[in-house]
Design a protein around this ligand. Structure first.
Ligand SMILES: Cc1cc2nc3c(=O)[nH]c(=O)nc-3n(C[C@H](O)[C@H](O)[C@H](O)COP(=O)(O)O)c2cc1C
Length: 262
């Protein structure tokens, strides 16, 4: 298939094509009915594995709680500054409860943890698109996984639940809206019928240069290899090595679920 040059559009694709993460907000509050409409559209629009709905959303407006979450995320000021912060929670507590109502345990293992994590990711993404369609700015906050137990305690999560990421919502401060970051080229990421890696070094070098130009235009210091050097510098060691043990203490399981059985 050759890649068509014309792009068709709908209001949804227009919203998606306008996306840029927003980290600076005006003081304008988000009306309750708008927030409610966004959340209900996300819940309606997000598919969920086996209809288990293994996610919860915790909506935070309290300034003290947002300030504490900002600190737990490594001092991310936008978490405290946004008018509304929503935690996307992978939550197996309800299905464990439902199983117990029928006298059986929940089959807890890696796959069940993935159900909940993917469900939380999907509803949060859908929520972001709904919010951006109303003209709000969003940014996801994976920093919620820096200290997952502290975050869970602060938000009062039950066992078998953790915050996969948070979402800052607010009206974008016009003078601090960044220009869009280029994405990796289509041919590197999208494959037709079979995966074709192609000349990855050349593609990555071209993307490095494009992203470096973007950062410089934004007035930011950047190495020439703007993308690959960040990968090399920040990700040559596994990220958040403590995470699995912390999530296990919170009741999430990562094994087959058949440990100890024949
Ligand atoms: C799961 C996830 C976690 C993220 N965590 C953070 C974060 O902790 N702090 C932050 O400022 N941005 C965070 N981001 C935003 C990314 O940095 C951003 O999406 C990426 O640089 C691409 O930029 P764009 O969204 O403006 O296109 C996160 C994005 C995702 C998808």
């Amino acid at each position: 298939m050759t890649t068509p040059q014309t792009r068709l559009s709908t209001p949804v694709t227009d919203t998606l094509n306008r996306h840029v993460s927003i980290r600076h907000y005006t003081d304008q509050p988000i009306p309750d009915e708008m927030l409610h409409s966004i959340i209900e559209a996300a819940r309606r629009g997000a598919p969920t594995s086996s209809n288990l709905q293994t996610y919860s959303l915790v909506v935070v407006r309290d300034p003290d709680t947002k300030q504490k979450l900002a600190e737990l995320a490594g001092g991310q000021k936008h978490v405290a500054a946004c008018p509304v912060f929503i935690a996307a929670v992978a939550d197996l507590s309800r299905v464990a409860h439902a199983a117990a109502m029928h006298g059986v345990p929940l089959g807890e293992n890696l796959e069940m943890t993935l159900y909940a994590t993917v469900d939380a990711a999907l509803v949060g993404m859908t929520l972001c698109t709904a919010a951006e369609s109303f003209g709000l700015g969003t940014v996801m906050i994976g920093g919620m996984r820096n200290k997952p137990q502290e975050v869970a305690q602060l938000l009062g999560l039950p066992p078998r639940a953790y915050v996969v990421y948070g979402i800052c919502l607010g009206y974008p401060l016009p003078e601090r809206v960044p220009s869009q970051k280029a994405r990796l080229p289509h041919e590197v990421v999208v494959h037709y019928e079979r995966y074709e890696a192609g000349d990855l070094s050349a593609h990555i070098a071209a993307y490095d240069a494009e992203l470096a130009a973007h950062y410089r235009a934004e007035g930011r210091n950047t190495p020439d290899a703007a993308w690959s050097s960040v990968v090399a510098n920040n990700f040559s060691k596994p990220p958040r090595p403590h995470l699995r043990a912390a999530l296990e203490r919170m009741g999430m399981r990562f094994g087959s679920g058949e440990e100890g059985t024949e």
